[in-house]
Design a protein around this ligand. Structure first.
Ligand code: FMN
Length: 305
């Protein structure tokens, strides 16, 4: 399979800027689309459905026919009380891509297909991939070991070829991809697209604390800790941010620092193991130019035997 036709217009690289809680918003999304990769955000980043309505209006007006498509992420877990209202806005604004995560996609694919949209579902193992395939999604995002946010433990060399044997639609590889060579490597492994989160936190447009960007620039993969003690679900976090917040990643025990306890995701920062090759926070357009250059160089390399 390849990239669905509905997502090809304006796409300059097989890359999706992944949705990130408290981080992705219209500024980051539109910068990505303008520079030629799919920009996305979780609907819950808009504090109310009224704000979500405004964001989707703004993005759909900004992204013209020359830009890459945009998308939203719906958390389909039963704890998401806003799901029905947010889905109604999806059907109103018709984003070309809808990403479902943390649960079963239910009948969302049928509804999104009715307006011509595409649905990708994110999973950390094969069992959930099979269920999403039965639900009619157009693509599976394989979230592999080391990914930012809630991540799995599967190595992409195990996950992608296995998924490819059973799923004949679009496959997207997520986790630790921060440079163009890795985007190309994802394709060689059998994925159609690469899903990059952490790389875009360290960008000029990302509205996060400077300290967060600096920690991503300065630290490396061994400074990432995998724990389920922060949000109850296994995920990857910057160890120094846990330390600064007085959190023991082994036990979750908090010894509040002076100034009070810190909030997960807001001051206890998540990032993937791909931080090792990130050492600056330039404009999104520059990041995407670099991705394009290094992707093309890797694609054009001749093999040694
Ligand atoms: C701070 C942060 C927040 C995230 N929030 C979400 C989210 O709300 N919904 C979601 O589906 N994935 C979320 N993710 C996961 C990303 O969509 C993506 O799978 C991941 O960033 C890819 O790995 P990478 O960060 O190593 O590139 C988040 C990731 C990060 C780093």
């Amino acid at each position: 399979m390849a990239i669905p036709a509905g997502l090809r217009t304006g796409l300059k690289l097989p890359v999706i800027a992944a949705p990130m809680f408290l981080i992705s918003e219209p500024g980051l999304v539109t910068a990505c689309c303008r520079a030629g990769v799919i920009g996305t955000f979780p609907t819950l980043n808009a504090r109310t459905t009224g704000i979500l309505d405004e964001w989707m209006t703004e993005i759909s007006q900004f992204c013209t026919s020359g830009d890459a498509p945009w998308g939203v992420n719906l958390i389909v877990h039963k704890s998401n009380a806003r799901l029905d209202d947010d889905l109604a806005l999806v059907l109103k604004h018709k984003p070309p891509l809808v990403i479902t995560s943390v649960g079963h996609p239910g009948n969302i694919a049928e509804k999104v297909h009715a307006y011509g949209g595409v649905v990708f579902h994110d999973v950390i193992h094969m069992r959930h991939a099979a269920k999403a395939a039965e639900a009619g999604v157009d693509g599976i995002i394989a979230v592999c070991a080391g990914a930012g946010g809630h991540a799995g433990t599967l190595n992409p060399f195990a996950f992608i070829p296995q998924l490819k044997q059973t799923f004949d639609k679009t496959i997207i590889l997520a986790g630790t991809i921060s440079d163009g060579r890795s985007v190309r490597a994802a394709e060689v492994l059998g994925a159609d697209m690469a899903y990059l989160g952490t790389r875009f936190i360290a960008s000029r447009e990302a509205r996060v604390a400077d300290g967060y960007k600096r920690m991503i620039e300065d630290d490396s993969s061994s400074d990432i800790v995998y724990t389920n003690k922060i949000s109850g679900i296994w995920g990857n976090f910057l160890n120094r941010s846990l330390h600064d917040a007085g959190v023991d990643p082994e036990t979750g025990k908090v010894t509040p620092p002076e100034g009070g306890a810190k909030t997960p995701w807001k001051e206890i920062w998540s990032a993937g193991q791909g931080i090792g090759t990130i050492d600056d926070s330039p404009p999104v357009a520059d990041i995407i130019d670099r991705l394009k250059r290094d992707y093309s160089a890797a694609r054009d390399e001749t093999v040694s035997f």
